[in-house]
Design a protein around this ligand. Structure first.
Ligand code: BGC
Length: 473
């Protein structure tokens, strides 16, 4: 039982504000770096005269870096502490942004994308972990949700910056470089914010842990909270090894987490987030200004608003209904967008009819809303709650890395796919994955809402896929 629950009402110290700043800045940097490339591609292409292959590499290598970053993120945060892990992410964000902004050659730009990606992956594991450990229990859900919301705000801001700079010559450099400022802000916020008392306790540095705890939560009795943390840390000392993560007994929850991580990506979200401007261009939005306006509001702002609504309802409605309803909206809208592109493709040379453009616009809005209340937040929630404590850290890292791997494949091959089979068939392929995803979730993903983590573990034991933990009744 978490002792912090009754202490959720304690005073919010100034240090707690720096903790919140760290979570929000890390989420926003994550989102900004995902979203910014959409508006920068055109300028990059004009500066370096690149073909679609290299443009795909420039777009997608952030996800490749993030895959590596998330694999090492958990391990690094355990070894050197949450503080140094987030500081490293802040430094990587800054170095990566400056490298991209100043790159005299496309290869250096690709290098900068990879460095930024490492920062994104590292922050994606370390910042929510830090937030979850620092939050008063009564606020934990909101702290972690704030991270997801910050991602969508970051994407929105990126689109806004893109829109403001799209007309200026070489504006892409500023679009990519501006996030160095946020990287420095993250670094400074983390420098002021305290190390996680839970991590200090785990390292045997009890006195420091008490001092940090009292500084962040003045006026709160640390004794019951520390007793609970020490008990939980004793449990975790039987942490499963990397090999054990793939053991037969964890296979069912691991399949659920990895399956959800893959379906979140192969149903097309990042193809749309990354290539929104070029999709709108193909749909008949002729000027770059019209494209970025459509991207900013139809994708960016709608994503933020729908995520806000999702946070309000996620616990009330349950995970399965949200996932299943969302996939219907996503699949239906993708079919409609595919049909619109069929007409655009068949019509006169540039852009096609405005009816097709409007269908594409409405289709993408419905798609984003459907994603934002379902696969967006729910997948991350389920991944973080479906595993028993012993295996949670490493299994979550595996599912996160698989998610980035799938994001990489989609963003790396989207343009290739469009070239090979055309836009309509590409959107229908994403829609087809919505259908298979729907059937798979219907059959395989259990409802986890309203259950404690122990009840979820018990569920797997009853399903026969997990051996009971020795000594536990
Ligand atoms: C996904 C990201 C995606 C974002 C869009 C997240 O849940 O993991 O890949 O870009 O949602 O809002």
């Amino acid at each position: 039982m978490d002792q912090g629950a009754g202490q959720g009402g304690g005073r919010f110290s100034p240090l707690m504000v720096t903790v919140i700043a760290v979570i929000i800045l890390a989420g926003m940097l994550f989102g900004y770096d995902q979203g910014v490339i959409s508006g920068a591609l055109d300028g990059i292409q004009k500066t370096f005269h690149l073909g679609p292959r290299l443009l795909e590499v420039i777009t997608s290598w952030v996800t490749l870096g993030a895959l590596l970053g998330s694999l090492i993120g958990g391990e690094l945060a355990d070894r050197v502490g949450r503080k140094k892990a987030v500081l490293t992410a802040g430094a990587l964000f800054t170095i990566g942004s400056l490298t991209q902004a100043l790159a005299p050659h496309p290869l250096l730009l690709v290098g900068g994308r990879l460095v930024i990606g490492l920062g994104v992956g590292l922050a994606a594991v370390a910042a929510p972990l830090y937030g979850a450990e620092m939050a008063p229990s009564a606020w934990r859900g909101r702290f972690v949700s704030a991270y997801q919301l910050a991602i969508t705000i970051g994407i929105f801001l990126a689109y806004e910056v893109d829109a403001a700079l799209t007309a200026s010559n070489g504006g892409w450099r500023l679009m990519l470089g501006v996030c160095a400022v946020a990287g420095v802000a993250l670094f400074v916020a983390m420098l002021i914010a305290p190390e996680s008392p839970r991590w200090l306790l785990k390292m045997g540095r009890r006195e420091e842990a008490v001092a940090r705890f009292c500084a962040v939560r003045p006026g709160i009795d640390f004794t019951p909270r520390f007793a609970a943390m020490e008990a939980a840390l004793r449990e975790e000392s039987h942490k499963a090894s990397w090999g054990e993560v793939f053991d037969r007994q964890w296979r069912r929850p691991l399949t659920v987490a990895v399956g959800l991580a893959i379906y979140q990506q192969i149903t097309g979200i990042n193809a749309i987030i990354y290539y929104a401007d070029s999709i709108f261009a193909a749909a008949g939005f002729a000027s770059p200004a019209a494209q970025t306006t459509a991207t900013t509001w139809a994708i960016g702002a709608v994503n933020v608003a729908a995520t806000l609504i999702a946070i309000a309802y996620i616990d009330r409605l349950g995970r399965r209904p949200l996932l299943l309803a969302g996939l219907i909206g996503m699949g239906g809208s993708l079919v409609a967008v595919g049909i619109a592109f069929l007409f655009i493709g068949g019509s006169a040379s540039h852009g096609g009819s405005s009816v097709s453009g409007i269908v594409t616009l409405i289709g993408l809005i419905v798609f984003i809303i459907s994603f934002a209340f379902s696969l967006g937040p729910v997948v991350w929630t389920v991944i973080n709650e479906i595993f028993p404590g012993r295996v949670r850290g490493r299994a979550v890292a595996v599912a996160t890395a698989v998610n980035w791997g799938a994001a990489f494949i989609v963003s790396r091959f989207f343009l290739t796919l469009v070239d090979a089979i055309g836009r309509p068939a590409t959107f229908w392929l994403f829609a087809f994955f919505c259908v298979t995803g729907w059937i798979w979730i219907w059959r395989r993903v259990p409802e986890t809402s309203g259950r404690s983590l122990e009840q979820i573990e018990q569920f797997w034991i009853e399903q026969g896929s997990l051996a009971p933990v020795p000594g536990r009744t």
